[in-house]
Design a protein. Structure first.
Length: 302
């Protein structure tokens, strides 16, 4: 098993070292975060389930897509994958079919609303440590083909602190942690932050407070988490935004439509758009992405 993972890491590394073509993309306001053909990878996670993580991920993706970004969402919640339900699509295949060589990666990508791309996860991601040489080559070649097609990749992880969740979180360019004002949710979100701090003091962590009664309550929760992380973990966390409790969210879920499209004038949509604006403004100004190949390289080193 160790030998298989080593083969995969070597393949990824050799691909990274190949000279880039002449048409490298520059980091400008016109093309946002995309640089040298690499997508920027966010892992969206939470300390516990039921905080609206997947719903936030799907609607954030649509907000970014409407701003002209090419966005892909990967459903990596292996236990309770439900992005397809939120987006109102019905996948036939998932990553396990790519790993088995039955399908190309492009064949399992599902077209979501507004041109959003979705990769259904299924059980395929749990099989990475047991790949044959054929499967390794197939998977790497597939990722290499799509990396330059997207500006942003959002990975919807599972909730909690399983090995798979931690791997995805540590391999991403940035982490977005979702919490609600509930004491158990705040405690569990801090637990995720502690684990990240243990492994990577330089990690970039953004916080979203969901299901807040108002901005005052959301900011109070955020201040508490930010201060605790700073005082005890020496880790800087930035508040990305506060999302209010909104009946539009549950109504949209029942209709199998993202609230971003079903209720475009809802307060939760306005708050989501504020997060979109903050992300895009930050990405134009800050660091470059390692891309999906860099993400895979880090993922397989854990």
């Amino acid at each position: 098993m160790t030998d298989q993972a080593e083969k995969l890491r070597n393949l990824v590394q050799s691909m990274k070292e190949k000279p880039e073509g002449k048409n490298k993309e520059k980091l400008t306001k016109d093309n946002g975060i995309k640089k040298e053909g690499s997508a920027y990878v966010y892992a969206v996670t939470s300390g516990k389930g039921g905080v609206g993580k997947s719903n936030f991920t799907a609607n954030l993706a649509l907000g970014l897509q409407q701003e002209g970004k090419k966005v892909m969402v990967i459903d990596a919640d292996l236990g309770m994958a439900n992005l397809d339900v939120i987006l109102g699509v019905s996948p036939t295949y998932n990553l396990s079919h790519v790993i088995g060589g039955e399908k190309e990666l492009g064949e399992i990508i599902v077209d979501g609303p507004d041109g959003l791309a979705l990769i259904p996860g299924g059980s395929g991601l749990e099989e990475l440590a047991n790949l044959s040489s054929y499967q390794i080559n197939n998977l790497i070649n597939c990722w290499n083909k799509i990396d330059q097609k997207f500006d942003i990749i959002l990975i919807d992880t599972g909730a909690g602190l399983t090995n798979n969740v931690i791997k995805f979180v540590l391999a991403a360019d940035e982490v977005i942690i979702i919490s609600t004002p509930e004491p158990t949710s705040i405690t569990d979100a801090y637990g995720v932050i502690k684990v990240i701090a243990k492994h990577d003091q330089g990690a970039t962590i953004r916080l979203v407070v969901n299901q807040a009664e108002n901005s005052k309550e959301g900011n109070k929760v955020a201040d508490r988490l930010v201060k605790t992380a700073h005082d005890f973990l020496k880790l800087e966390i930035n508040l990305l935004g506060v999302l209010p409790t909104d009946k539009a969210v549950t109504k949209a879920v029942r209709r199998r439509r993202p609230f971003f499209l079903e209720f475009p004038k809802a307060q939760v949509v306005k708050s989501t758009n504020q997060i979109v604006a903050k992300l895009l403004d930050k990405e134009v100004k800050e660091k470059e992405s390692k891309g999906i190949k860099g993400f895979f390289n880090k993922l397989l080193n854990f």
